[in-house]
Design a protein around this ligand. Sequence first.
Ligand SMILES: [Zn+2]
Length: 282
Amino acid sequence: MIKLDLKKIDMEYTFNACADGITDKKEQKRYNQSLPELINLADEYVDLGEQGLLYKIPALSKENSDKPVVGSIHSDELKELYNYYMVKRPVGRKAYDKIMATAQERCPFCGGIGNPRNLDHYLPKKHFPLFSITPHNLIPSCRDCNMDGKGTRYAKQLEKQIIHPYLDNFIFFNSQWVFAEYKEGQPGEINYYVSAPEQWGEHDKSRVEEHFRAFELARIYGRVASSHLGELLPQLNSMSEQFPDEPELIARILLKPVIESIEFKNHWKRVMYQAIIKNLQI
Ligand SMILES: [Zn+2]
């Protein structure tokens, strides 16, 4: 739900960074022969991703797992390019770190609540080894959101696709689709929910629902909000005592400046403050 930009990091760059670690020159040449085809595949990936159609890429079937998947390269060798040459060798690791840096310490899946800890494969390499080191398939993600850690989830239908931080339509990043309700009490509760803009297509609406569900954002947002509520409530209460009949004033001084200072539309705090204002019934 936060947009990321890979800038100039492309397939050729990550491939060369990984292949640099292959010390046997003959072997390296064999890998290099697969580069043009890998570049074509990466371009197709970007094309489909920009149309929100990555679910159309077929997973590798089990029957073909012993045959080369690109040139003379097998799927295990592609996965090794990632697991060893990209993660553990110095030049490959530089490419890895460069992709990590695009997130600027904010996990794009949970809207920046977590700090990215590692790269995650949007299409899991177990089923999509051809995209093991495709930069657009490598997404910085926090410990909570890490899909690799959760198993090998991938969408088989359009509406089940989670939001792709590099490639998806700007509407997912620029529109508000997370909202919350504030339930007063001791200590009070902020309940988050999804409500996509009415004019959106049904598939897009389903996709944000799926994203919200898959990353358990109700729980994760709720957790940070309830801890913040503990700090905010004393201020809110003391202002309410001071200005009992002036909820507009409280909203203007205490709440609205916070909302206005947060650019990201679906940020947990921005949404939380909106919910509290709504509760003031101005
Ligand atoms: Zn996250």
